[in-house]
Ligand binder design. Structure first.
Ligand code: AMP
Length: 272
C-alpha cells in the first residue's frame, strides 16, 4: 500500500460488520491515534464452526458504511471470501494453550480461523496498530500472543466492553434476540456482577463466585449457560482462588443466539 511508504500512521480495526457503538468506540480510539484509519468488514467463514451460525450472522453493509463515515474512517476494506481464501489456500495459524479452554473448548477451530484471518488482514493492511475490544477477551489474548510470538510489528490497543444502558454487552448478535430473549440477556451481566459482589464481600473461592453467577443465569429460563469460568487474565488458566489478575468469563445461548461476556473479578483493582 502506497500509504505505508509515507510517514503516516495507519490504525486498523478489524470487524465482522453489523456495526454498533462498541465497534465505533474502537474506531474513535484508533482515529485519535492515527493519520489513516482502516476498518475491515469480513465475516470470516474459517472461524465459524457452525454453518447455521455463519448463515445467520447479521449483515448490514449499507448501514455499516454510514457508521464508518460518521467516525471518519478513511478506508473500508470489505474483502470477499474467494479473495481471502483462493483455491489451494492451505495455511493455519494455531495459538496453542490459550485456545484450549473457554470458547476454544466449545467452538472447534474457531481461534485457528480467527488468528489466520487476523494475520492475513494485518499483512494486507500493514497497520502500525490495531484496536481490539475486551468483549472478546480470549480473542484479544490470542491476538496479543500471536503478535508477540511471531514478532509482528504491530501494537495491539485494547478497549473495555461497551454496554447498553441496562448493562448488556453490545454485540452484533443482539439484533437477533427476540424481545423476551433480549430482556433475559441481561442475565449475563447480572451474573458477572453477582460474582464481583461476592468477591467484594471477601469470597476468594472461584467455585463460590461461579455459583453466584450461575444462580443469576438459572433465574432466567431462556438462558442456557455454556460455561462460566474464573481464569488468570493473561494465561487464561482456571484459578481455584482468585486474586487481582482474575477474570470471569461467561458464554450462554438464548435460542439460536450465543452470547459472551466477561469482566475482572475485582473491577476497580483491574482498572476497568
Ligand atoms: P466483531 O465484529 O464481533 O468481530 O468485533 C470486532 C471488534 O469489536 C472486536 O475487537 C471486538 O472485541 C470488538 N467489540 C465487539 N463488541 C464490543 C463491545 N461491546 N465493546 C467493546 N468492543 C467490542
Amino acid at each position: 500500500m502506497a500509504i505505508r511508504r509515507t510517514p503516516a500512521t495507519i490504525g486498523f480495526v478489524p470487524t465482522m460488520g453489523a456495526l454498533h457503538d462498541g465497534h465505533l468506540m474502537l474506531m474513535r480510539e484508533a482515529r485519535r491515534r492515527c493519520d489513516v484509519l482502516v476498518v475491515s468488514i469480513f465475516v470470516n467463514p474459517l472461524q465459524f464452526n457452525d454453518p447455521g451460525d455463519l448463515r445467520r450472522y447479521p449483515r448490514d453493509l449499507d448501514g455499516d458504511r454510514l457508521r464508518c463515515e460518521s467516525v471518519g474512517v478513511d478506508l473500508l476494506f470489505v474483502p470477499d471470501s474467494d479473495r481471502m481464501y483462493p483455491d489451494g489456500f492451505d495455511t493455519t495459524i494455531h495459538v496453542d494453550r490459550l485456545t484450549r479452554g473457554l470458547c476454544g473448548a466449545h467452538r472447534t477451530g474457531h481461534f485457528d480461523g480467527m488468528a489466520t484471518v487476523v494475520l492475513k488482514l494485518f499483512n494486507l493492511v500493514r497497520p502500525h496498530f490495531a484496536v481490539f475490544g475486551e468483549k472478546d477477551f480470549q480473542q484479544l489474548q490470542v491476538v496479543r500472543r500471536m503478535v508477540r510470538d511471531l514478532a509482528l510489528p504491530i501494537e495491539i490497543v485494547r478497549r473495555p466492553v461497551l454496554r447498553e444502558v441496562d448493562g448488556l454487552a453490545m454485540s452484533s448478535r443482539n439484533r437477533r434476540l427476540d424481545p423476551e430473549q433480549r430482556a433475559q440477556a441481561t442475565a449475563l451481566v447480572a451474573a458477572l456482577e453477582a460474582a464481583q459482589a461476592a468477591a467484594g464481600r471477601g469470597e476468594r473461592l472461584s467455585k463460590k463466585l461461579i455459583a453466584a453467577a450461575r444462580a443469576e443465569l438459572s433465574a432466567r429460563p431462556l438462558v442456557r449457560p455454556e460455561y462460566i469460568e474464573v481464569v488468570d487474565s493473561e494465561s487464561l488458566v482456571p484459578m481455584t482462588v482468585v486474586d487481582d489478575s482474575s477474570r470471569i468469563l461467561i458464554a450462554a445461548h438464548l435460542g439460536e443466539v450465543r452470547l459472551i461476556d466477561n469482566g475482572p473479578v475485582y473491577p476497580r483493582a483491574a482498572g476497568d
